[in-house]
Every structure is written in structure tokens, then in C-alpha cells.
Design a protein around this ligand. Structure first.
Ligand code: SDX
Length: 366
């Protein structure tokens, strides 16, 4: 096969059709199954949008209650998973612990192919409990049992914080989780689809996706954003600090995107939410200033590449404003993206095995 047109990182390569979402990079638009994602984030709940992605339509009241009850019934972890989580060394990072926790769920209950919606619901319900269980243990607290009377997001915050969450925090986190549920063939979704294309199983596919999300170029960026803002410390230090980074050829976390060539629509929505939550928090005022200087310097240093704010910049601000520590940023991203990963795995369950080619640069043996 003579085709030397290699697209590094599969940039601009189309490998699938999907009904799930449109990520319009030129115009900065995000659509989930014929709905604007930002409208969904403002007017619906995590569970209602998960229903849209999995079943193809927004639920009526009866369908919404049925999905809530199914998710709530599946939140608890098996005893062996809790015991295994307790055995993981305390210095193991949260995403590695989550990847292991999800992998442990891969019992006979999840072996069937194609995966069922029951499997998808059971897994999606357990991911927040895995994160909260591990976090409580690291905090030296007794993990709280999930509460069936709370919605997906409220229960997640309740288990993390050990108390009833504030309604404003639930609304803000719900909006963030909805905005990050689905985003086309990003690296972690594609990783999950590659595993699914071999007709392996749901847990193996999502375990692969978690491994990909962990990377700082992908889902690992939000904590790097807060580290950057803390390192800058003052408005006066923003320009010299950012300039030094760019002069050293390093990347500014929270900026740039493989698809968006304009402002990430999710960053726009999250910026509004963060502004409403942050009040006069000096950290947030500094973050806004860092964004402004960062965008200006990126134009100066990378004039040929439109580099704008991406979702992670203001995701960090929202999660910080509701009191989540950096170590919970990417795990919370996994809580939401499990919905999109599973939706793609369901959609592609009977697809072709994914197997691209490579050009050999060695020599043929005698
Ligand atoms: C997410 O794909 C998705 O949809 C992902 C996501 C989702 O919802 O799943 O949207 C979530 O992952 C958002 C991105 C979070 N990552 C970061 O914030 C990390 C910082 N951003 C980058 O590393 C980068 O922008 C990527 C990885 C996001 C995209 O990189 P690309 O498209 O592969 O671009 P590239 O690495 O080929 O860079 C092209 C040029 C390079 O300069 P030159 O070598 O051509 O001179 O742009 C430069 C890069 O150095 N560049 C940056 C930069 N991002 C790209 N320079 C400084 N700072 C940056 N952030």
C-alpha cells in the first residue's frame, strides 16, 4: 500500500460517523444529539443528558425517574473492590487507583458482548463511588454509603464532602459534568473504541479510556492549570512567568486544542459559572488575568496556530470554587466522560476492528 501521507496523531483524519455529538472546531460549537451542549448544561441534569446520549432522546418524567432509580441502585461497590482499594498504597495517584478500581469491576457481570445498557448504568453509577471511597480513605474518613435519595451529582458531592452539598455547588458541578460528558473522538474515547473494536468487553474498554484521560495533554490538564496560577502568584508576575515558559518551548496548560481553532464553547459556559461562584476570590481574578496574558502571548509566540482557552482552564476554576482539591479534578472528568465513553462503545459495538497501518523505515533482511 503506497500511501506516505502520514497524519501524526491522526490529525484531521475522519475514522467514524456518530449520532452522538458534533464538535465544530472552526465555529466553536458543541452539539449532543441535536441539542446545544451549553443549553443542556443550563437546563437539564446529569442523568437527563446521560439518558439523551444513551437512549437517543431526553427523558420524560417517568423515564428520568426510572434511570435515576437504576443508577441509584447500582452505586454501591462490591466488598472485594473496597478491600482491593484499601490495599492500594496511599501514594498511588487517584487516576491510577480509579483505573484499578474500574478494572476490578470486570467480573462475569460485565463480560457479555455487545455490552448492555444495564452494564453501562451499573458502571456509570459506580465510578463516583470508587472516587469518593478512595478519597475518603486518603482523608482518614470512613467512606459514606451512597444515598439513593440524591441525584448523581449531589450524591457524588455528598460522598466526597461527607455532608449535604450546597444547591449552588450541585448546579455548578452538574453543568461541568454535562459539558464534559461527550466530545467526539478525543484520545480517551478513541482508546476505548479501539479496545471495543476487538469485541473485548465494556470494562476493558473504559479502563483503556481512563489510562488515556490521565495524561496532562488530555484530562490531566486542570490540576496543571491551578499549579500554573499558584506558581504565578501575582498579576505582575503573569507576563514574565508565561513568557519564560513559552521561551523554553513549554506549553501553557488550559490552552490549545486539536479541534477547536477558536474559543472552546465549554470554557465560555464554565467561565460564566465560575464568575458566579467565585465572587471576589483573588485567585479567580488572577486566573482571568493569566488567561488574558496567556492568549496574547500565544498569539505572539505561535502566530500560525490559533491557540485559545480550552475547557480545562475554567474547569479548574469551577471545581476549585466548589471546594474540590486538585487531585479530584481529573477523576471528576472521568465521572462525566464515562457517559460518553459508554455511548460510543454502545454505538460502535458491531463495528470493524480498528487497525491503521504504518510505513516501515527499516531495511529488508537478506
Ligand atoms: C482536552 O480532543 C479533545 O476533545 C480533548 C478534550 C475533551 O473534551 O476530551 O477537549 C479535553 O484534552 C482539552 C486539552 C487539555 N490539554 C491542555 O490544556 C494541555 C495544553 N494543550 C496542548 O498540549 C495542546 O494544545 C493539545 C494537546 C491540546 C493539542 O495539541 P495538538 O493539536 O496536537 O497540537 P500540537 O501539539 O501539534 O501543537 C501545534 C503547535 C506546536 O507548536 P510548533 O511546534 O508548531 O511550533 O502549537 C503549539 C505546539 O507547541 N501548542 C502550544 C500549546 N498547544 C499547542 N504552545 C503553547 N501552549 C499550548 N497549550
Amino acid at each position: 500500500m503506497e500511501n506516505n501521507l502520514i497524519s501524526l496523531g491522526l490529525e484531521n483524519v475522519v475514522v467514524a460517523q456518530t449520532d452522538l455529538s458534533l464538535v465544530d472546531g472552526q465555529n466553536g460549537l458543541l452539539v449532543y444529539r441535536n441539542h446545544w451542549a451549553s443549553d443542556l448544561a443550563l437546563n437539564h441534569t446529569f442523568e437527563e443528558v446521560a439518558h439523551l446520549l444513551w437512549y437517543g432522546h431526553l427523558p420524560n418524567a417517568e423515564e428520568a425517574k426510572a434511570l435515576h432509580d437504576k443508577l441509584a441502585a447500582q452505586r454501591e461497590l462490591p466488598a472485594f473492590v473496597k478491600a482491593a482499594l484499601d490495599a492500594i498504597p496511599a501514594d498511588t495517584d487517584m487516576m491510577s487507583a480509579l483505573r484499578t478500581g474500574v478494572s476490578l469491576l470486570g467480573t462475569e457481570d460485565f463480560a457479555a458482548w455487545p455490552p448492555t445498557l444495564e452494564q453501562v448504568i451499573a458502571l456509570t453509577a459506580k465510578v463516583p463511588t470508587l472516587v469518593a471511597y478512595r478519597y475518603a480513605r486518603l482523608e482518614g474518613r470512613e467512606p459514606l454509603a451512597p444515598r439513593a435519595d440524591l441525584g448523581h451529582t449531589a450524591n457524588y458531592l455528598y460522598m466526597l464532602k461527607g455532608q449535604e452539598p450546597q444547591a449552588a455547588h450541585v448546579r455548578a458541578l452538574d453543568a461541568y459534568l454535562i459539558l464534559t460528558q461527550e466530545h467526539g473522538l478525543n484520545a480517551s474515547t478513541f482508546a476505548g473504541r479501539v479496545v471495543a473494536s476487538t469485541r473485548s468487553d465494556l470494562i476493558s474498554s473504559v479502563t483503556a479510556a481512563i489510562g488515556a484521560l490521565k495524561g496532562p495533554l488530555h484530562g490531566g490538564a486542570p490540576s496543571e492549570v491551578t499549579e500554573m496560577i499558584e506558581a504565578i502568584g501575582t498579576k505582575e508576575n503573569a507576563e514574565p512567568w508565561l513568557r519564560a515558559k513559552l521561551e523554553a518551548g513549554e506549553r501553557l496548560m488550559g490552552f490549545g486544542h486539536r479541534v477547536y481553532r477558536t474559543y472552546d464553547p465549554r470554557a465560555k459556559a464554565l467561565s460564566t459559572i465560575a464568575t458566579g461562584l467565585a465572587g471576589d476570590d483573588p485567585w479567580f481574578a488572577l486566573a482571568v488575568h493569566v488567561e488574558e496574558v496567556g492568549l496574547r502571548l500565544l498569539k505572539e509566540f505561535k502566530p500560525n496556530r490559533p491557540l485559545n482557552t480550552n475547557v480545562e482552564f475554567y474547569a479548574a476554576a469551577v471545581m476549585r470554587a466548589i471546594g474540590l482539591p486538585d487531585e479530584l479534578f481529573t477523576p471528576s472528568f472521568a465521572v462525566s466522560r464515562t457517559v460518553g465513553w459508554c455511548a460510543h462503545i454502545l454505538e460502535a459495538a458491531q463495528g470493524k476492528i480498528i487497525r491503521p497501518q504504518s510505513t516501515y523505515t527499516g531495511i529488508m533482511p537478506e
